[in-house]
Design a protein around this ligand. Structure first.
Ligand code: GLN
Length: 459
């Protein structure tokens, strides 16, 4: 990262980023720009540098904020109508930490409304376009953040990953995207999707930038009781054995992606790594488990949006019931409503045992399967999604086809383990391809270090 030194001023970095954001307006990357505040902060940083003050490790570095992080700069909309007028009274811990090091937020990025989706087409503000092909999706839900980094508008962007929302858009746009171990970075002040799988992470252009951001953002937070005691800066482990999941090597996965994986495996072999074939038969249930557990948590987390406490309230409501009903009906996108319906169904007294309880048991089996796999190998190299970026409109009206996009990303969230999406070349038509490196809990830094090996192998 070009950290503000005496040769580059923070003001010029921020101006450049804002100009690029405007130049690429047609991609619909940003829900809002933070022009005035960003320039003011940049001037302050330059003044402090001139005085010789210590301005932090990210001083003057422009970044983009996924629009589901609360901060007092701008409205936090979660790309929804219901939160469009919502100005947060607090700032999330993740934002406080990176801004304490001098990073400057230049805009809030588009996402699938409330992070429900895999393409950013479910946004109330319209879809974000893919950085490599404007007729295709950016991926989702953090599509805006991935494209902001891929188009080189900013040095890094924040994301959240509940079932793939950092890794899949990262791989659709050829950048790095980390889904950390569950509990590594505080979720305080982040719009909740599914509390048991939500994590905060980043998009960057290099592994070193990712490492720097993680060591700044990770750590226990008294405002989020699920955060782990600080572990991120522990010495990384050496990776020797790479697992490859046999169950994913089939026709359901695009040939380009299987070739990219095979290519990396050959290169790793030639570098002396041991390749371990894994059978992980329980992973095929992960998608079904995810689409029970996550909507259950979604329906509960979204119940707070009642037209009274937050954001939008329907104007033609004539009774309290209508305030709730109409505000929610007009304020949520169809996909939000679908998840609320599914969640309420699987939690209802008649179906709880058959769906929710059974899914939780299957989730335990998935966790056990990863534990067993990590006895045989140090990390797993696997695709992020079954295909490269698809066309706009191709899947948005077919929820099951859209959910199938997540088949390889959701098991990782259910198990709470870390995974780093890395660029892995391009298709013949120039679409970016990605792979993910999955490791045991707390191996985040190890994965980032190891990704440098793959990067060399890329050349
Ligand atoms: N695509 C997944 C979903 O729709 C994941 C979303 C996310 O990680 N926020 O649930």
């Amino acid at each position: 990262m070009k950290i503000a030194s005496k040769t580059v001023s923070a003001v010029s970095l921020v101006k450049e980023a804002l100009e690029k954001a405007k130049k690429y307006a047609e991609y619909n990357v940003f829900v809002s720009l933070n022009e005035e505040e960003a320039l003011k902060k940049a001037e302050e940083i330059d003044a402090r540098i001139a005085k010789g003050e210590n301005v932090g490790r990210l001083a003057g570095v422009p970044y983009a904020l996924k629009d589901n992080f609360l901060s007092e700069e701008g409205n936090t909309t979660a790309s929804s109508k219901i939160l469009e007028p919502f100005h947060a009274p607090i700032t999330s811990t993740a934002v406080s930490k990176i801004e304490a090091e001098g990073a400057i937020m230049i805009g809030r990025t588009n996402l699938d409304s409330f992070a429900h989706g895999s393409s950013t087409e479910n946004s109330y503000f319209g879809p974000t376009l893919n950085s490599h092909d404007k007729t295709r999706v950016a991926g989702g839900s953090s599509g805006g953040s991935a494209v902001a980094v891929a188009l080189d508008i900013v040095e890094f962007a924040t994301g959240t990953d509940t079932g793939g929302s950092i890794r899949q858009p990262a791989s659709f746009n050829g950048v790095y995207g980390l889904k950390p171990t569950y509990g590594t970075i505080s979720r305080y002040g982040v719009v909740a999707m599914a509390s048991s799988t939500d994590v905060v992470g980043f998009f960057t252009k290099t592994p070193d930038d990712m490492n720097l951001l993680m060591s700044i953002a990770a750590g226990q937070d008294s405002k989020d009781m699920t955060t782990l005691p600080d572990f991120y800066d522990e010495e990384p482990k050496t990776i020797k054995r790479i697992g490859v999941i046999k169950d994913f090597d089939n026709d359901a996965v695009d040939q380009d992606i299987r070739d990219a994986l095979a290519h990396k495996v050959e290169l790793l072999k030639s570098k002396g790594y041991e390749i371990v074939e894994l059978e992980m038969p329980t992973l095929k249930y992960a998608l079904a488990v995810y689409y029970i557990v996550v909507p259950a948590e979604v329906s509960s987390n979204l119940s707070r949006h009642d037209g009274i406490r937050y954001g939008y309230r329907s104007e033609d409501a004539k009774s309290l019931g209508e305030v709730y009903g109409k505000s929610r009906n007009e304020g949520f996108m169809p996909e939000n409503k679908r998840r609320i319906m599914i969640g309420n169904f699987v939690l209802s007294s008649g179906f709880y045992d058959a769906y929710y309880l059974k899914a939780q048991k299957a989730r335990t089996k998935i966790i056990e399967e990863y534990n067993k796999a990590f006895e045989k190998c140090d990390c797993i190299l696997t695709p992020v999604s079954p295909n490269p970026a698809f066309h706009l409109g191709e899947k948005v009206n077919d929820p099951v086809a859209m959910y199938l996009e997540d088949v390889m990303s959701v098991p990782i969230n259910l198990a709470g383990v870390p995974s780093l999406a890395v660029p892995a070349g391009e298709t013949a038509d120039g679409l970016s391809l990605g792979l993910q490196i999955v490791g045991p809990r707390r191996s985040d830094k190890t994965l980032i270090e190891f990704s440098k090996e793959l990067e060399e192998a890329n050349e």
